[in-house]
Write a protein that binds this ligand. Structure first.
Ligand code: ATP
Ligand code: MG
Length: 621
């Protein structure tokens, strides 16, 4: 049987187990993700999925979903019979279809991070909250929405007791979102759970549609997502989750380390463990293991890797300056590229976005190494393609002042630079007397070219013709916003800007969404990495988090200095982050630090003392 070919005994057990909920609990590189793919193949091979039903697989990112889709297609399975995507992706489609039952309009859009931040600033100000920063407030509401409390009820109850303050700010946040027909990402899950809990006929429908449920990277789900899994899975008792507690790195976003135990208990899951690691040399696994063993609350696991690698597959290096570090990384990359490792099989990992890391970009440009960032680049003010995407939303929602304001704010500084004018969003509020709206902007009397450009843009959005092709919309929007494109493209990030634009265009042309609302929804949920074609031979530069689940021939982990790794968060979670980074390597692992970065003196990461360096490192300088 094709779906079982090449799998080991435990993997086969996982693929074959049916009619009971299961968890595959194992370390990195042991084939957890592969089990999900093979199991999908197995279910179809054995005709276990009734006609017109689908297998539902939940992945952590859209990129992972795409990869899995192509793997499953390669195994000869009709991809229309699989529903693959992230939690948000699934919830979005449930809400678009049935959200009106709980008063969520079908054409809602997602609030963007920038809009959310602005909105939070304004509600904190309006409610005189002075002792909480925007970020802390965002995390607070996020945690509430992700825990099992009935969020709406909680707000209603506490609002009565505290008229001014946090709860009223939270209430205003919700109200402003709803007024603009928007939801945030946490709402997507919360509302779906609410919907399914209150409408058993719908739940029945989904049980019927999805007799098998698979979840990758389960350790990073939060309580509300677990609740959704439980609801969807209670029909068929055919849920399979794969997880590794040592790779739980989203605690700051509400994922709970205890979620694996809760899953096992609530779903009465049968547990399968795997020990064979098919990805990395044993030396690298031993080093990673010597680090993660310093966490106390964890399940001990055995990991058996490849024994046959040369012992120079792990190098740890210290440098006087960050520039020297960057130069060493670049030279090393050139060297291993000459030895036959493709650029796209190499990744440079860092803990978090940091302006000081720009020297790596500069060094790569200087040494002519092609590269790309996963996700948005820290040194980009903003992507022009995002401006285009927000404009599409405005076409759907011409009265949304949150979107309109954020677009004007990104446009005007650029226009002003061009025309040396000093216009602000307020200028338009005055011109139209009051709350901004697209329709009102179409009626302004322009005072200069900039006003005229804004007016033309507003007219386009207000009078948008729904029969046009997406390509035409793309081109029209591009022309309208072109002035700011030119300014953006002048910068040294022109290459990436124009490529994101190209990719947006391609996405729009290829989109299967029938109307612009669906198109906007589709674009909203795409992580940037999703855009990038794997066929381009470029070195990846990424955070630890964005590299989750992926594997590379050579992995460089840079800027391993105290205060950066571990950052000042939960130390155990920081350790897991580095563990995830180290275990991405299929063959070579380079870890480095500098004693001077951003004009500051730095100490090597204290984690180096935990990794059994003497035993594993080939050279230490
Ligand atoms: P992570 O925890 O990092 O997400 P994982 O457990 O999901 O890792 P996979 O990505 O599924 O691991 O597998 C790691 C690598 O090992 C992949 O290249 C996969 O194709 C390969 N692999 C998995 N199982 C086998 C097997 N039985 N024989 C050969 N190769 C395998
Ligand atoms: Mg995986």
């Amino acid at each position: 049987m094709k779906s079982l070919e090449g799998l080991n005994e435990e993997q086969i057990e996982a693929v074959e187990t049916i009619d009971r909920n299961t968890i595959v609990f194992a370390g990195p590189g042991t084939g957890k993700t592969r089990i999900i793919t093979q199991r999908i193949a197995y279910l179809f091979e054995r005709d276990l999925v009734p006609p017109s039903r689908k297998v539902l697989a939940i992945t952590f990112t859209n990129k992972a979903a795409n990869e899995m889709r192509s793997r499953v297609q390669n195994l000869g399975i009709d991809s229309r019979r699989i529903r693959l995507g992230t939690f948000h992706n699934l919830c979005q489609s449930v809400l678009r279809a049935y959200g009106d039952k709980i008063e969520v309009p079908r054409d809602f859009t997602f609030v963007s991070p920038a809009q959310k931040n602005k909105l939070i600033l304004s509600v904190l100000r309006n409610n005189n909250v002075r002792n909480m920063r925007e970020n802390a407030f965002a995390n607070w509401i996020s945690k509430l929405k992700n825990s099992s409390v009935d969020y709406g009820e909680y707000l209603r109850k506490t609002e009565k007791t505290k008229t001014i303050g946090l709860t009223s700010a939270a209430v205003e946040y919700e109200t402003r979102l709803r007024e603009n027909n928007m939801i945030d990402f946490d709402d997507a899950i919360l509302l779906t759970v609410t919907l399914l809990k209150n409408h058993s006929e719908l739940l029945w429908l989904y049980h019927n549609a999805f007799p098998y449920l698979l979840i990758d990277e389960m350790q990073d789900t939060n309580r509300m997502q677990l609740e959704l899994i439980r609801l969807l899975g209670e029909g068929a008792r055919n849920v399979m989750a794969v997880a590794d507690d040592d790779q739980s790195i989203y605690g700051w976003r509400g994922a709970l380390p205890t979620v694996i135990g809760e899953y096992i208990e609530q779903l009465n899951a049968h547990s399968i463990t795997l020990v064979r690691n098919y990805r990395s040399p044993q030396i690298i696994l031993d080093a990673a293991n010597s680090l993660i063993e310093h966490n106390d609350k964890r399940e001990k696991k055995t990991l058996l890797g490849r024994e046959t690698e040369p012992d120079d597959c792990l190098e740890i290096k210290g440098f006087t300056t960050a520039i020297q570090e960057a130069e060493w990384v670049a030279d090393k990359i050139k060297e291993i590229h000459k030895e036959g490792i493709e650029y796209k099989k190499i990744i440079v990992l860092y803990r978090s976005r940091h302006p000081g890391l720009k020297i790596v970009d500069d060094m790569f440009i200087q040494k002519e190494i092609p590269f790309r960032h996963f996700g948005k680049n820290f040194n980009k003010v903003e992507l022009f393609s995002d401006l285009m995407k927000e404009s599409l939303k405005l076409i759907v929602e011409p009265s949304n002042d949150l979107i309109l304001e954020s677009i004007l704010e990104s446009l005007i500084p650029r226009y002003s630079k061009l025309y040396r004018s000093n216009k602000t969003v307020n200028h338009y509020e005055e011109l139209i007397e009051g709350k901004l709206s697209v329709t009102k902007l179409t009626e302004i009397t322009p005072e200069d070219e900039m006003d005229d450009a804004v007016k033309q843009f507003a007219k386009f959005c207000a009078e948008y013709n729904h029969t046009q092709s997406y390509l035409k919309i793309y081109n029209d929007l591009y022309d309208l916003l072109k002035i700011s494109t030119l300014l953006l493209l002048e910068k040294n990030d022109a290459y990436e800007q124009s490529r994101h634009l190209e990719l947006l265009k391609e996405k729009m042309i290829k989109s299967r969404s029938r109307n612009i609302i669906d198109l906007v929804g589709e674009l909203d949920l795409q992580d940037e990495s999703n855009y990038i074609e794997n066929s381009i031979d470029e070195v990846g530069i990424s955070t630890f988090h964005a590299a989750k689940g992926l594997e590379y021939k050579a992995v460089f982990i840079i800027a391993l200095e105290d205060d950066i790794v571990p950052a000042r968060y939960d130390e155990a979670e920081e350790r897991r982050g580095l563990y995830v980074a180290m275990t991405r390597s299929e063959s070579k692992l380079y870890m480095s630090y500098a004693q001077q970065r951003d004009r500051q003196r730095k100490q090597p990461s204290r984690f180096f003392e935990e990794i059994d360096v003497k035993r594993f490192a080939h050279k230490i300088r």
